[in-house]
Write a protein that binds this ligand. Structure first.
Ligand code: NAD
Length: 258
């Protein structure tokens, strides 16, 4: 039998929020396809365990802290000598971020920091390495809520994801001739701890949302990981500044099947 190399064989990939949900599925998928993975998260026990299992590296990193983000990419570069892929994915969706009428400034700021400022910090930190190499693929996790409005608001979350989407587009355009691609992953609702926490206690809330998804189900983290793998690999070599929707059809729907 002929052994095929992995789809990102030998590439070095940094994944933030790599200990749970979409990040975790992606770290596993990247490793399966031959990448050296650098996992960044706050969950040190799980992170160390994962790094050992996958033969990668774990770095404790609060993505909202500039010094910790700079250190993350420095460790990745110092360990492996290059950085090919940055999946800037860590994010939060806390219950105190709700309707604009009920969301105070503290709740607003916390979500902006972890979801939007973090992506600015990660892109700013990784770009010099990629510019030096004249190659790289950055994937930032936005969301379908960056392009669709909801009456069931999480105002800071939606605004943060809109910011991630615009920033990604701009960076994709700016660095297109330097060999660096920058794309946004826009997941629909995905079955992860983040979503489960939101709907666990309230089946009616989940059903209210599912009715808008043509496929009639939430996505799975592995389905996001496959999309991220495509954006990370050379298979997507003519794609940049893209809004990559992986959403079960939600953004294309008007009336959904019964
Ligand atoms: P998750 O809660 O399962 O995982 C998020 C991970 O990020 C956790 O391991 C957590 O420890 C880590 N994290 C949180 N704050 C951090 C910080 N300050 N620094 C470093 N790590 C931190 O979430 P998920 O559902 O996998 O979400 C991943 C991304 O996808 C997020 O940006 C989220 O907004 C986005 N997203 C999720 C959905 C969904 O339905 N689940 C839909 C659209 C977009």
């Amino acid at each position: 039998m002929v052994e095929r190399p992995g789809r990102i064989e030998g590439k070095v990939a940094v994944v933030t929020g790599g200990c749970s949900g979409i990040g975790l599925a992606t770290v596993r998928r990247f490793a399966e396809e031959g990448a050296k993975v650098v996992i960044a998260d706050l969950n040190d026990d799980l992170g160390a365990q994962l790094a050992e299992e996958l033969g990668g590296t774990y770095v404790h990193c609060n993505v909202a802290d500039k010094a910790e983000v700079d250190n993350l990419f420095k460790v990745a570069f110092d360990t492996y000598g290059r950085i090919d892929i940055a999946f800037n994915n860590a994010g939060i969706s806390p219950p105190e971020d709700d309707s604009i009428l009920d969301t105070d400034l503290e709740a607003w700021d916390k979500v902006q920091l972890v979801n939007l400022t973090s992506v600015y910090l990660c892109c700013k930190a990784v770009l010099p390495y990629m510019l030096e190499q004249k190659s790289g693929s950055i994937i930032n996790t936005a969301s379908f809520v960056a392009i669709l409005g909801a009456a069931t608001s999480q105002i800071s979350y939606s605004a943060s994801k809109g910011g991630v989407l615009s920033m990604t587009r701009e960076l994709g355009v700016q660095f297109a001739r330097e060999g660096i691609r920058v794309n946004a992953l826009c997941p629909g609702p995905v079955n992860t701890p983040l979503l489960k926490e939101l709907f666990a206690k309230d089946a009616e809330r989940a059903a209210r949302r599912l009715i808008h998804v043509p496929m009639g189900r939430f996505g799975e983290p592995e389905e996001m990981a496959n999309a991220v793998l495509f954006l990370a690999s050379d298979e997507s070599s003519f794609m940049t500044a893209n809004t990559f929707l992986v959403d079960g059809g939600i953004s294309g729907a008007y009336v959904t099947p019964l």
